[in-house]
Design a protein around this ligand. Structure first.
Ligand code: SF4
Ligand code: SF4
Length: 96
């Protein structure tokens, strides 16, 4: 079997979707409460670099008005976004 080869291998930043590339609720159910910590964006620090958006494995971060926003319905609390944010604009807080 031939491996699948993308015809287009290079993408410009402006070609990336500004939001999740699929309707999350279409594929998974809303987080049912097993998340123990949640990422919280400190808007004053966020510079809208979109690194968290690019690395979030669940595609639940979007950039609105130059700031990261998280869809808590589907965020699983893995903390990757907090790790990847180099300026420390995302902190992980305990679920209450
Ligand atoms: S990585 Fe940090 S600074 Fe960049 S958009 Fe995300 S929260 Fe904002
Ligand atoms: S904690 Fe994980 S799933 Fe939630 S927004 Fe950050 S990277 Fe995405």
């Amino acid at each position: 079997m031939r491996p699948y080869i993308r015809e287009k291998t290079a993408f410009g930043f402006d070609e990336l979707p500004v939001n999740t590339s699929f309707e999350a609720g279409y594929l998974v159910t809303v987080n049912s409460g097993w998340r123990s910590i949640r990422p919280v964006v400190e808007s004053a620090k966020c510079v809208g670099c979109e690194q968290c958006y690019l690395y979030c494995p669940d595609g639940v971060i979007s950039i609105k008005d130059g700031k990261a926003q998280i869809d808590y319905d589907f965020c699983k609390g893995c903390g990757i976004c907090a790790k990847i944010c180099r300026i420390g604009a995302i902190g992980m807080e305990a679920e209450r």
